[in-house]
Structures are given as structure tokens and as C-alpha cells.
Design a binder for this molecule. Structure first.
Ligand code: FAD
Length: 438
């Protein structure tokens, strides 16, 4: 079927960012701070991506000093004097109040001078040859075309790059399966005098009778008390007494780039929230009276497309802590955290710690398409490298670097591929961001 329709054309922007997650928020604010006329388009009624609509907390990972990641963590901590973001093997663990984050992030972008279109989805790109020159949006009042000198794909899923014809990979080598999906939720009514917290399957926390909690969860899974692939119920502390953020529900093997896969996963995961809560109430001291306070609005996707760029971040880059002359994100650091794509727990028995590594500019410049940059979890890298750089602190630093690149392209009339990386590095360093070790 061919469907044609005239589309209203509106303003032209220097930089257009698609997706207002951790990467897109920083990309838009960063471009606007370089005085680029910037538009951020977000399909939901809030910014933050997984951090807000996905209820994902805390912000994990770390990068070299001075980036917008530090700025945002400080803004989110402002209402919680005395709250610390401890540095652990997860990088810096910064708690997020999801409701506060919605306001903080939109003001962060708004104050930078960038415009925001909420509840507006990019459905297609405008191209001249292999140059992306704008996008088609569905807005609350219908379709609209917007032109831009440079477009940034911060959709998490690499949707814009895919629709523009860029090459991408999905999942691990061999069977193509991605990390599982999860719906995170928050419970309250927890009795702090008894209740444990648990960061993950390797956390040695015990129940009051001395039973190892991770073993208890595995046995509950075998008894059928927990959903099929849920072998650990992660219970993260929040800013508030009596509350826990629960990262537990899990759905594997769905094709979450398809409508059917997303719908099936959501049908499964919403029901899992009740099952996990019933498990806690029945078995875990201090959780007898807990209740679900809120849950994610959208399916939590850890991994989908990885858009192939002029450099592909490799397993070795992350494992060995490789550094690059064309670095734009310095000293990124997190575990190689692969939730098992086909079962419970982790894919690798002992999740390896990455060594602080650089992300070079080439990871953000997709092959075969011009005037487009990619940022956030969908950049160019392998399945294992992605498992490290996908966390939010690192995605924010990526967004900031790419926002500068896009603004510079617009200013000088060049394309991301031809932009000298030294120019991006100069702006990053002028902002006080560390790019090289002494
Ligand atoms: C269950 C789960 C637990 C996690 N736990 C942690 C954790 O504890 N700590 C941590 O740091 N990280 C964690 N992560 C990883 C982290 O949340 C993500 O990798 C990170 O948010 C990616 O940022 P992003 O900006 O690239 O994409 P996203 O956060 O996915 O944001 C993408 C944005 O783009 C918008 N969008 C998408 N398509 C369009 C379109 N066509 N038009 C307009 N807008 C669009 C979306 O609505 C969204 O707002 C977790 C992820 C999951 C799924």
C-alpha cells in the first residue's frame, strides 16, 4: 500500500536531537550552550528516558571529571543534602528520585536555550542523497516536517539511523539474542529495622536467619515462586526510608524491535510485578507489608541496535582500558554487565570489570549516512563493549560530546565525518573536561 500526504514544514534548526534520555538531554543542552539553535524531540511527556519513564535508578558508571554527568548528578542530589554517591565497582552510584528527575532534566534543557517538543515522535527522515536533512514528526496536531543542519539519534534504539539506512547489529554473536527486558518498580511500606537491600546476584547479603539471599532467590525460582528467569530480586535503597527500587522482572528472547515482541514482553512483565511483590511479602523479613508505589511506563530495554560507525568499540578496548587520540569521552568505567540473554542471572559467571577506557569520536559517526550522529546506548560497539558503556553516567558524557560536534558542524557547514576531532576536544577542554591523563 502506498500512502501519500502533504506535510506542514516548520522552522529550520541548526541541531535536532531525537530522544530525551540521558544522552539526548545532554546532547541538546550541550549544542544549545554552543549557541546552536537546537530542538529536542521526545515521544513521551517527560525527559530522562530510562531514568524516568523506565524507573531506572541509580545512575551508574563513571567518566573523567568535569562532564555534564557531574552537573546532573549534583542537580539531582540538591534536594537531598548529605546524600552521598559512593564509588563502588559500579562506578559512582547516584540515587535518583524519578519524580524530581522529570523536572530537573526538563529545566536543565530549557535553561540551555534548546526548545523541547514533548509527546512528539520522529517517524521518518528527510534525505538528499545520503545526507539526512530533517525528520518527519507525529505531533499532537498531526504530521510535521522539520529541517536541520545536523541530526542526533539519541533514541536508545538507533531508530533514526536505521530509518536513514545506516548499518547496525543486534545482540550477541551466534544467536543474536539481546540482554533481557525488565519493568522496574518501586515499593514502599518496608520495615527498615529488618529489611535487607541487595545490589545484585553477587551481593553476599544474608537474611536475618543467616540464609544467603541470592541462594534463597534461586531456590524460590526453582519452586516456581518467582517468574521463570528471575533468579535474583534486586532491592535498591532510595532516598526515602521504607522504600526500595526493585529491579527483578525479566523477559528473555523476545524480538523487542518488533511490535509483537514489545507487546508480549509487557504483558508478561506487568504480571511479574505482582508475583515478585507476593514473594517479598511472603518470605522476606521487613517486606510483609510492602506495596507497589509506582512502576515504569515503558518496557526497559537494555540492548537493541548498535549502529555501526567509523570505529567499533571492541571487547578488548573495554577490557584493556584502551585510549585513543580522537577521544571524546575519557576514562569511562563500569562492569561488563551482561544480564543473561537466554536465562536467569548473568551471562558471564564473574562479570569482568572494565579498565577505564576512552570512547573515540568514530563510534558516534554512522557509516553510509551523512549529517547524522548517534549517541547513548546505540553507538558503535560490540555486544560486550555495549554491556559496559550503556550505563547512564557514560551516556550523558557521550551526549555532551556529540552535542558539541553537531553544533560545530552547523557553524562551519561541514559534516560530522569531516569535522576535525581536535575542534570537539578543544570545546570539551575549554569546559574543563579531562580528556587525557597527564
Ligand atoms: C531494566 C534496566 C535497568 C538498568 N539499570 C541501570 C542502572 O541501574 N544504572 C544505570 O546507569 N543504567 C542502567 N540501565 C541502562 C540505562 O538506563 C540505559 O542504557 C540508558 O538510559 C540509555 O540512555 P539513552 O539516552 O541512550 O537512551 P534512553 O534512556 O532509552 O532514552 C531514549 C529516549 O528516546 C526517546 N525516543 C525513542 N524513540 C523516539 C522517537 N522515534 N521519537 C522521539 N523520541 C524517541 C525515548 O522515549 C527515550 O526518552 C538500565 C537499563 C534497563 C533497561
Amino acid at each position: 500500500m502506498v500512502y501519500t500526504k502533504a506535510v506542514e514544514k516548520t522552522a529550520h534548526y541548526d541541531v535536532l536531537v531525537v530522544g530525551g534520555g540521558p544522552a539526548g538531554v545532554c546532547a541538546a543542552a550541550s549544542a544549545a550552550r554552543e549557541k546552536a539553535k537546537t530542538l529536542l524531540v521526545e515521544r513521551f511527556g517527560m525527559l530522562g528516558g530510562m531514568m524516568t519513564s523506565g524507573h531506572v535508578s541509580p545512575i551508574l558508571g563513571s567518566v573523567g571529571a568535569g562532564t555534564m554527568s557531574d552537573e546532573i548528578v549534583a542537580l539531582l542530589a540538591k534536594a537531598h543534602p548529605g546524600s552521598v554517591a559512593p564509588v563502588t565497582r559500579n562506578g559512582r552510584e547516584a540515587q535518583v528520585d524519578v519524580e524530581e528527575a522529570k523536572t530537573v532534566l526538563q529545566n536543565f534543557v530549557h535553561e540551555s536555550g534548546a526548545e523541547i517538543f514533548f509527546q512528539t515522535t520522529v517517524i521518518d527522515v528527510l534525505k538528499q542523497g545520503n545526507k539526512v536533512c530533517g525528520v518527519i514528526l507525529t505531533t499532537p496536531t498531526g504530521l510535521m516536517a522539520v529541517e536541520a543542519d545536523c541530526v542526533i539519534d539519541a533514541t536508545g534504539d538507533g531508530y533514526v539511523a536505521m530509518i536513514a539506512g545506516a548499518k547496525y547489529e543486534v545482540g550477541r554473536d551466534g544467536d543474536g539474542y539481546c540482554q533481557p527486558t525488565t519493568l522496574e518498580f518501586v515499593i514502599d511500606g518496608v520495615d527498615e529495622t529488618q529489611a535487607i537491600t541487595c545490589f545484585g546476584g553477587s551481593d553476599p547479603v544474608c537474611l536475618p536467619d543467616g540464609t544467603k539471599y541470592s541462594e534463597f532467590c534461586k531456590q524460590a525460582n526453582q519452586r516456581g515462586e518467582l517468574p521463570e528467569n528471575v533468579t535474583i530480586v534486586r532491592l535498591h535503597r532510595t532516598h526515602y526510608s521504607g522504600e526500595r527500587s526493585v529491579n527483578a522482572t525479566q523477559s528473555n528472547r523476545h524480538d523487542t524491535l518488533s511490535l509483537q515482541g514489545i507487546s508480549d514482553a509487557l504483558l508478561d512483565l506487568r504480571n511479574q510485578i505482582d508475583q515478585v511483590t507476593a514473594f517479598l511479602r511472603k518470605n522476606i523479613p521487613g517486606y510483609e507489608n510492602c506495596r507497589v508505589k509506582s512502576s515504569a511506563d515503558v518496557l526497559g530495554l537494555r540492548e537493541t541496535r548498535r549502529v555501526l560507525g567509523s570505529y567499533v568499540m571492541s571487547d578488548a578496548d573495554v577490557e584493556n582500558g584502551n585510549h585513543f587520540e580522537d577521544v571524546v569521552v575519557h576514562n569511562a568505567w563500569f562492569l561488563i554487565d551482561i544480564h543473561n540473554p537466554t536465562g536467569g542471572g548473568q551471562a558471564e559467571k564473574h562479570s569482568k570489570m572494565a579498565k577505564a577506557y576512552d570512547i573515540p569520536y568514530g563510534c558516534f559517526v554512522p557509516n553510509g549516512v551523512e549529517n547524522l550522529l548517534v549517541t547513548g546506548r546505540c553507538i558503535s560497539g560490540t555486544h560486550r563493549a555495549h554491556a559496559s558503556y550503556r550505563v547512564m553516567a557514560i551516556c550523558m558524557a557521550m551526549g555532551e560530546a556529540v552535542g558539541i560536534a553537531a553544533a560545530l558542524c552547523s557553524k562551519s557547514g561541514t559534516t560530522p565525518r569531516l569535522l576535525p576531532v581536535k575542534e570537539i576536544q578543544k570545546v570539551l577542554q575549554d569546559r574543563g573536561i579531562q580528556l587525557f591523563d597527564d
